[in-house]
Design a protein around this ligand. Structure first.
Ligand SMILES: *Cc1c(COP(=O)(O)O)cnc(C)c1O
Length: 387
C-alpha cells in the first residue's frame, strides 16, 4: 500500500480493555454500509437508524435518549438553538390556512417566527392573554392547529394553566406546545400536564455554561416524532456532536446546579421584595407573588431567572442601576454559572391588554455565586436610585 493511501486509511477499532466514565464523541458525515444492497436501502430505517450524518450519530442519540427520559417522553429531536426547536415544531405541523394561538408573554423571537416567517406561508398567529386558562376555548377556531404556551412567560413571568389550556385545545383537536425552558424538565413535567411538545432551549440551564446554542423538542407520540424528524431532514437541520457532548456533560450537574440557582434566587427575590426602590419582584416561587398558586400546583421547584420592576419608571435611572452592578454581567441569555442582567425598555407591551403595562424591566439570571455577594452588589446599585 502506498504512503498516500496509508495516510488516509485509519483503522477505527473499538479499544479493547478500555472503559471510562466519559462518553466518546462520534463525529460523522458518512455512515458506512456493509454492502451494496444495504447502501441502497440505507434510508429504510430513516426514523430510528443511522444512514447519514444528518440523521445523527450515537452521540446525538445518546443526548436525545437522556432528554426524552428526563421529560417523560418517548422521543426527542434536537435543533440548532432553542429558537430552532420552536421553528421546527412550526415548520413540521403548520400549513397554509392554519391558525395558531400563542401566549402574549412569549419570547420575542417566538413571536417573530410565527408572525413574520410563518405569516409569509399563509399561517395566522393570534396572541392570547397568558392568564386565559380554560377560556382559551372561546378563541379556538376550526382552523386552529396549534396552541403555544410559555410558562413562566419571558420577562414578565406569568404562570399559565397548562392542564386547562391543553384540555380545551385537545377537545378541539388542536396540538399543544410549551416552551419549558425556565423550569427545565426537572421542575415541570410538561408532557404529563398535557402538552404534546415540550421545548427546551438547551442553551440555558441544560447546557448550563453559556458556551453553546441548542434546542430540543420532546414528545410522547411516535407519529409526532416522525413528523419532526422528516421536517428536520427537509430543513437540513443538524447539531454538532461536539456540542452534544457538552450538553451531555451539562446534564450530569443539572440537578446540583438547579438547587443552587433556586436557593440563591429565592434569597435574592425575598431581599429585593423588601427594598423600597423595588416596586415588584416577578418570580412565581415567591410566596404571595402572582402565579404562585399555579406554580405550586404544577412545578416541583424553580430556577434562577427573575424580573424586577423598579419604583422609578425612568429609563435613565433604570440604566444607571444596571450599569452600577458589578457581580452581574450585562448580557442576553441565562442559565449559566455567572449572574447576568438584562434591561428592557418596554417589557410587558402586549397585543392583548393584560396585567402588565409597557414599562422598563430588569431581568436577573441568578448564578452560582454566593447569594451574599449578589445581595451586596444589588444593594450598592440600588443606592443610586433616589428614595
Ligand atoms: C433563550 C430562549 C429561547 C431561545 O433559545 P436560543 O437557544 O437562544 O435560540 C427560547 N425560549 C426562551 C424562553 C428563551 O429564554
Amino acid at each position: 500500500m502506498h504512503r498516500d493511501t496509508r495516510i488516509v486509511h485509519d483503522d477505527i477499532a473499538v479499544p479493547e480493555g478500555f472503559a471510562s466514565l466519559s462518553r466518546p464523541t462520534h463525529r460523522a458525515s458518512t455512515i458506512l454500509s456493509p454492502n451494496a444492497e444495504a447502501f441502497s436501502r440505507r434510508r429504510e430505517d430513516f426514523f430510528h437508524g443511522y444512514w447519514y450524518g444528518l440523521s445523527g450519530t450515537p452521540t446525538h442519540y445518546a443526548l436525545m435518549g437522556r432528554l426524552a427520559e428526563l421529560e417523560g417522553a418517548s422521543h426527542c429531536m434536537l435543533a440548532p438553538s432553542g429558537l430552532g426547536a420552536i421553528n421546527l415544531v412550526n415548520q413540521a405541523f403548520l400549513r397554509a390556512g392554519d391558525h395558531v394561538l400563542v401566549t402574549d408573554s412569549a419570547y420575542g423571537p417566538t413571536r417573530s417566527n410565527l408572525v413574520a416567517l410563518m405569516g409569509r406561508y399563509g399561517i395566522e398567529a393570534e396572541f392570547y392573554d397568558p392568564g386565559i386558562g380554560a377560556g382559551i376555548a372561546a378563541l379556538l377556531r376550526p382552523a386552529t392547529r396549534l396552541v403555544w404556551l410559555e410558562s413562566p412567560g419571558s420577562l414578565t413571568m406569568e404562570v399559565q394553566d397548562l392542564p386547562a389550556i391543553a384540555a380545551a385545545a385537545h377537545a378541539h383537536g388542536a396540538l399543544v406546545a410549551i416552551d419549558n425552558t425556565w423550569a427545565t424538565p426537572v421542575h415541570c413535567a410538561a408532557l404529563a400536564l398535557g402538552a404534546d411538545f415540550s421545548v427546551q432551549a438547551l442553551t440555558k440551564y441544560i447546557g448550563g455554561h453559556a458556551d453553546l446554542l441548542m434546542g430540543s423538542v420532546c414528545v410522547r407520540d411516535v407519529a409526532l416524532y416522525e413528523q419532526l424528524k422528516l421536517s428536520a431532514d427537509w430543513l437540513g437541520n443538524n447539531v454538532s456532536p461536539d456540542d452534544c457532548s457538552q450538553v451531555l456533560k451539562g446534564l450530569l450537574t443539572l440537578g446540583v446546579r438547579l438547587e443552587r440557582h433556586e436557593r440563591n434566587a429565592l434569597r435574592v427575590a425575598q431581599w429585593l421584595q423588601q427594598q423600597p426602590a423595588v416596586a415588584e419582584v416577578l418570580y412565581p416561587a415567591l410566596p404571595g407573588s402572582a402565579g404562585h398558586a399555579l406554580w405550586q400546583r404544577d412545578f416541583t421547584g424553580s430556577s434562577g431567572l427573575l424580573s424586577i420592576v423598579l419604583r422609578t419608571e425612568s429609563w435613565a435611572q433604570t440604566c444607571a442601576f444596571v450599569d452600577r452592578l458589578q457581580c452581574f454581567a450585562i448580557g442576553a441569555s441565562w442559565g449559566g454559572p455567572q449572574s447576568l442582567v438584562g434591561v428592557y425598555r418596554n417589557a410587558g407591551e402586549r397585543a392583548v391588554p393584560g396585567r402588565h403595562a409597557a414599562r422598563p424591566l430588569v431581568r436577573l439570571s441568578i448564578g452560582l455565586e454566593s447569594a451574599d455577594d449578589l445581595i451586596d452588589d444589588l444593594a450598592r446599585a440600588l443606592s443610586v436610585l433616589a428614595p
